[in-house]
Design a binder for this molecule. Structure first.
Ligand code: ASP
Ligand code: MG
Length: 441
């Protein structure tokens, strides 16, 4: 059995839902994970935002226009009166549930999460009703009954296996299963989610839990590209990546896969294939447990990075100094992305300015501090095992005309990262494609 995940754009309209239905019914009894239709989760966030701000009318108007959109989709998607009325009843009751939160008084985070969960519940119900109308024995699986996170907010794969296996066995004659990405319950049993973009993680967790043959992430591009197509003209899909290479790329900016989704697949050694809904026959990207050595595979960029340089002004031994610096970031729960050290100082980067002033104040107690905002991490991924000579030199050489603030290499066998200014990002990405992928072609 495979797990096939389709993102919001892939199910973004009645026509797209029909195309996905055709695609999945050709492929046998698999588990289909769907995101909410594109734009829905953002609208649900907006509704919650009105409610936090006590603007109940703002929330109600937004709900009304979202509901209208869904009723239009129903009319376009479904042909028979019986499936239309089934869908109207189902979507109608979901909207009544959303409206039950439009009360005066304090609006809570628990309520917000309950609202955010409705997008995936709607898209999967519509797909399920459409599949039945087309004559398929589709089984709708309630993610809230098997997807759960623990005290640390981490998903519990054993629990998923325990709950999901009997559900699948009970429907041995199903043509396919349809379930919701993104949503789960937390350790208190409340409706919660796996964070924005979390449907990829749902697919990976289900794949791990049922020991799937493969996890397919269906999106609107023909795989992970060797550079960012928004900024570089001649990019190409990378056909094969090791789990670790894909994880580095996803973390450092490639928007195709959610960074957290590689881990469950990697641990359980289940291949992930990234495929294109618009071009189903294209090869896409296979992410698995094999490294194609001696090659640089891809480049990605992560924006909004802040670099902080601390120069020790006390006679602390170097190890004590580094320990103190890390402790401060840790106390504020700020993960560090890149690090460069020297005898007298250390530079680190973070990707969120939250609590930054406090952090700087504390750092200033034992060093001089300089901060650079609006920086970008450019991450070059491939087989960069240190015995393989010349690869890091090629990457550095490509950036010879770009001012580089930091370099990080050797943290893993798979990447070398550069920190550059925001205004140099596009130039740096293009220079890397020219030098690493196009030269000699
Ligand atoms: N619907 C959720 C979001 O928009 C989850 C997902 O699409 O993966 O973030
Ligand atoms: Mg996504």
């Amino acid at each position: 059995m495979k797990v096939l995940k389709f993102g919001g754009t892939s199910v973004g309209s009645a026509a797209r839902i029909k195309e996905v239905a055709k695609l999945i019914t050709d492929r046998g009894a698999n588990i289909i994970v769907l995101s909410a239709m594109s734009g829905t989760t953002n609208t649900l966030v907006e509704i919650a935002d009105y409610l936090y701000k006590h603007n109940v009318n703002g929330a109600k108007e937004t709900i009304n226009s979202l509901e209208k959109k869904y009723f239009d989709v129903i009319d376009e998607l479904l042909a028979s009166d019986s499936s239309r009325s089934r869908a109207r009843e189902c979507i109608g009751s979901i909207f009544s549930h959303i409206r039950s939160f439009t009360h005066e008084g304090e609006f809570s985070q628990v309520e917000e999460k309950a609202i955010l969960a409705q997008g995936e519940l709607m898209s999967t119900n519509l797909m399920d009703i459409y599949l039945h109308e087309q004559g398929y024995n589709s089984v709708w699986l309630p993610a809230l009954e098997f997807m759960r996170t623990d005290h640390n907010g981490e998903a519990d794969v054993d629990y998923i296996t325990l709950k999901l296996t009997p559900m699948l066995e009970q429907h041995g004659d199903a043509d396919l299963f349809v379930t919701q990405g993104f949503i789960c319950r937390n350790h208190r049993g409340e409706t919660d989610n796996l964070l924005r973009g979390g449907s990829d993680l749902t697919a990976s967790l289900i794949g791990a839990a049922i020991n799937a043959e493969e996890i397919e992430i269906w999106t609107d591009i023909d795989g992970m590209h060797n550079n960012d197509p928004r900024y570089v003209e001649k990019t190409e899909p990378v056909h094969e990546l090791h789990f670790n290479e894909a994880a580095e790329l996803a973390y450092f900016g490639a928007k195709i896969l959610h960074p957290t989704c590689v881990m469950p697949a990697k641990v359980n050694n289940i291949p992930i294939r990234v495929l294109n809904t618009m071009e189903p026959e294209a090869r896409g990207t296979l992410i698995y447990n094999t490294v194609h050595s001696r090659s640089i595979k891809a480049v990605a960029a992560k924006d909004g990075v802040i670099a902080i340089k601390i120069k020790s002004s006390r006679m602390l031994p170097a190890s004590g100094f580094i320990h103190r610096v890390f402790e401060i970031f840790d106390n504020y729960n700020r993960p560090i992305d890149m690090i460069a050290t020297s005898e007298v100082g250390i530079s680190v980067t973070i990707d969120d300015p939250l609590k930054l002033e406090h952090i700087i104040d504390e750092l200033k107690e034992f060093g001089t501090v300089a901060v650079d905002y609006d920086m970008v991490i450019i991450c070059v991924v491939g087989d960069l095992e240190w015995h393989n000579r010349g690869f890091e030199a090629r990457a550095i050489d490509a950036l010879r005309d770009v001012p580089v603030r930091m370099i990080s290499y050797g943290g893993s066998n798979y990447n070398i990262s550069f920190l550059v200014k925001k205004e140099d990002k596009v130039r740096a990405l293009n220079a890397l494609t020219d030098h690493l992928f196009l030269q000699g072609k």
